[in-house]
Design a protein around this ligand. Structure first.
Ligand code: G4P
Length: 523
C-alpha cells in the first residue's frame, strides 16, 4: 500500500449529546497542532468560539447540527475526523457520515453510562462492522463503577470490551490511570494541570500505594484481576471486524488520557479499507482514483454563498484540476478547488489520497451517493437513504420572496436532510424530514441564508409511499387521491397517507400498483 494511504486514519466520533465530543475534538486538534489553544468549551449558549461548530443555529441551540470534517496530523499519521451531529433528529446525517469512515470512537460519559443515542449509532456501526475504540470520559466526576460501565458496554452495545487502561480513584479522588499494556501509571493532577508518567514494575508495585492510597489500590487490584484474568485478551482481528473494542479512561476537558487515545488510533485503527460497489470491491491501493459523495452542504461560508460536496476518496490519489468521470451522468468533470477542512477555515489542497475527505465546490451538480472514477463505470453501495416521517406545508410570509424561498428549498433539500415535494392540488410545497428539529433548522436557514421567512404548517400523516406501476393505473389513483398526492424532486408520484385505513384501502383497490416505502432509485 502506498505509504501516503497507509498513514491515513479516517474516523468519526459516536456519542450521546453532552458526552464531550466537542471537547475531545478540540483536544485532538490541539495535539495535531492545528489550533494553538484547545480552549475550554464554554457554556453551550456561548459556543461561538468552538472550532468545529459553524452554523448559527448550532450556537443558538447549543447542539451540533451538521457534521464537519477536520484533517490533522498526529505522530506519523494523517487523521480525518468526520464530526457527527449528536442530536437524534439529525441521525441520518450521522449514518451517512459513518459510511465515509474506516473506524469510530465511541465516547461514553462515566456518569450516565451508555445512552440512547449511542445505542442507535452503534447499531449502524455493527451493521457495517466498523472497528470501535471506546473512551470513557469524565473520570473526574463521581461516575459509575468501572466494572459496571464495562458490563453495560458489553451488554447494551453488544461488543466485547478490552480495557487498555484502568482508572484508580474516582471524582474528586481520581488519582490517574494505570496502563495495562506497559504498566505505567499516569497521575491526574487537576489543580496543577500536570501529568506525570511513572513506570511501575506491575500492579503490585508499592509506589502505586504511596501515590494512590491503600483503599483505592485494593479496589483497583480487584478490577485489574477481573479484567486481565476474567476477560478475553485483546485480539486485533476481532477489533478490525467490529467485535471487540479497546477501552480507555480519561477526562477530555482536563486533556487526560487523550494522547493515549490518539496513539491507539495511530497503532490500532485500520488505514483505508476496501469498499463495495455494484461492480466489484474497490481496494484503496488501486492506482485509479475513485470517490463518493456522502454529504452536501450549502452556505458553509456566509460570505460566499456556496455549496460544498464532501467526497470520500476510496482509491488512488487525486490531484487538483484533474478530470474525473461522474458515473451517474456519464460526464467528465474537473474538480478545480478541492479543499481540506478545519471547520471554518478551508485550505485548498493539491493532492489527496485514499482515505481522505475533501470538499469540492458543487454548482448544484452532485447528489449524495454519487460516484466519481477515472473512467470505470460503477457505483459505491451502502449509502443509506431515509424516508421522511414528519411533513409540513411551507407557507411564505412575504409573497415577494417566492424566488428566494424556492431556491433555498431546492438547495437545502439537495443536502439530503429534508425532502421536497410538490402537491398536485396545492401551490405550497411540502417538506418531509426524519427528525422534527430539522423543521426549525430549515426555517432558520431559509430566513438567515435566503432571506425568506416561512411558516410551517404541520400535516398529519401516517406514511409516505412512492406509487409505482403503469401510467394508466397511476393516473386513476392520483385522480382519486388528488388531495394527498405529490411529486418528489425527480417528478415521481408519491402519496402522503393520512392514516393506516386509507393506505390499506388503496393497496386493496389498486392491486396493480406498488406502494413503496422508499424512493425507487434508492432501493
Ligand atoms: P458534546 O459535544 O458531546 O455535546 O459535549 P461537549 O464537549 O460540549 O461537553 C459537554 C459538557 O461536558 C461541557 O460542559 C464540557 O465542558 C463537559 N466535559 C467534557 N469533558 C469533560 C470531562 O472530562 N470532565 C468534566 N467534568 N466535564 C467534561 P458544559 O457545562 O456544557 O460547559 P462548561 O460549563 O463546562 O464550559
Amino acid at each position: 500500500m502506498n505509504p501516503e494511504v497507509k498513514k491515513r486514519r479516517t474516523f468519526a466520533i459516536v456519542s450521546h449529546p453532552d458526552a464531550g465530543k466537542t471537547t475531545m475534538t478540540e483536544k485532538f486538534l490541539w495535539y495535531g497542532q492545528v489550533i494553538r489553544e484547545a480552549g475550554h468549551v464554554r457554556a453551550k449558549a456561548n459556543r461561538s468560539h468552538t472550532v468545529s461548530d459553524w452554523m448559527q443555529i448550532e450556537q443558538q441551540r447549543g447542539i451540533s447540527v451538521s457534521s464537519s470534517v477536520l484533517n490533522f496530523p498526529f505522530e506519523s499519521c494523517q487523521f480525518n475526523l468526520v464530526d457527527t451531529p449528536g442530536h437524534q433528529d439529525f441521525c441520518e446525517d450521522t449514518y451517512r457520515a459513518l459510511t465515509a469512515v474506516d473506524s469510530a470512537l465511541v465516547l461514553i460519559d462515566s456518569v450516565n453510562g451508555v445512552e440512547v443515542q449511542t445505542i442507535k449509532l452503534m447499531e449502524v456501526c455493527r451493521m457495517r462492522k466498523t472497528p470501535i475504540i471506546t473512551f470513557i470520559n469524565k473520570m473526574d466526576l463521581e461516575g459509575k463503577n468501572v466494572l459496571e460501565l464495562l458490563d453495560e458496554i458489553e451488554d447494551i452495545l453488544q461488543i466485547k470490551v478490552c480495557p487498555f487502561t484502568l482508572p484508580i480513584g474516582v471524582g474528586k479522588l481520581f488519582k490517574g490511570i494505570y496502563d495495562i499494556q506497559d504498566h505505567s501509571f499516569h497521575t491526574f493532577n487537576k489543580a496543577e494541570n500536570k501529568q506525570e508518567i511513572i513506570q511501575m514494575t506491575g500492579p503490585n508495585d508499592p509506589k502505586l500505594v504511596e501515590i494512590c492510597g491503600e483503599n483505592w489500590v485494593e479496589l483497583f487490584l480487584e478490577q485489574y484481576e477481573m479484567v486481565t484474568e476474567g476477560m478475553e485478551a485483546f485480539d486485533h482481528e476481532q477489533y478490525l471486524q467490529g467485535k471487540m473494542s479497546p477501552v480507555f479512561f480519561g477526562s477530555a476537558v482536563n486533556n487526560f488520557g487523550v494522547r493515549q487515545l490518539l496513539n491507539a488510533f495511530a497503532t490500532l485503527a485500520p488505514p483505508p479499507i476496501p469498499r463495495e460497489s455494484d461492480l466489484r470491491v474497490i481496494d484503496p491501493s488501486e492506482e485509479e482514483f475513485s470517490a463518493f459523495v456522502f454529504k452536501i452542504q450549502a452556505n458553509m461560508d456566509p460570505k460566499h454563498r456556496d455549496r460544498t460536496a464532501f467526497l470520500r476518496i476510496c482509491s488512488g490519489a487525486f490531484t487538483r484540476g484533474s478530470k474525473t468521470y461522474h458515473c451517474r451522468t456519464g460526464r467528465e468533470i474537473r474538480l478545480a478547488t478541492p479543499t481540506a477542512f478545519l471547520a471554518k477555515d478551508k485550505e485548498i489542497i493539491d493532492h489527496a489520497w485514499a482515505g481522505d475527505i475533501v470538499g469540492v465546490n458543487d454548482p448544484g451538480f452532485f447528489n449524495i451517493g454519487d460516484t466519481l472514477t477515472q473512467g470505470e463505470k460503477f457505483n459505491f453501495t451502502g449509502i443509506p437513504d431515509f424516508a421522511p416521517e414528519f411533513f409540513a406545508r411551507v407557507v411564505l410570509a412575504n409573497p415577494l420572496k417566492s424566488k428566494q424561498m424556492n431556491k433555498g428549498l431546492a438547495q437545502l433539500s439537495e443536502e439530503g436532510a429534508t425532502q421536497l415535494y410538490q402537491p398536485l392540488n396545492f401551490p405550497q410545497p411540502v417538506i418531509g424530514v426524519v427528525g422534527e428539529l430539522q423543521f426549525d433548522v430549515l426555517k432558520f436557514r431559509l430566513s438567515s441564508e435566503y432571506g425568506a421567512e416561512v411558516h410551517l404548517e404541520r400535516m398529519p400523516s401516517y406514511g409516505i409511499r412512492w406509487i409505482l406501476g403503469g401510467e394508466k393505473e397511476k393516473k386513476s389513483f392520483s385522480a382519486e387521491h388528488i388531495m394527498d398526492c405529490m411529486t418528489d424532486k425527480e417528478n415521481r408520484l408519491v402519496c402522503l397517507f393520512p392514516n393506516e385505513y386509507r393506505l390499506n384501502l388503496a393497496i386493496k383497490n389498486y392491486s396493480a400498483l406498488e406502494f413503496s416505502k422508499t424512493s425507487p432509485a434508492n432501493e
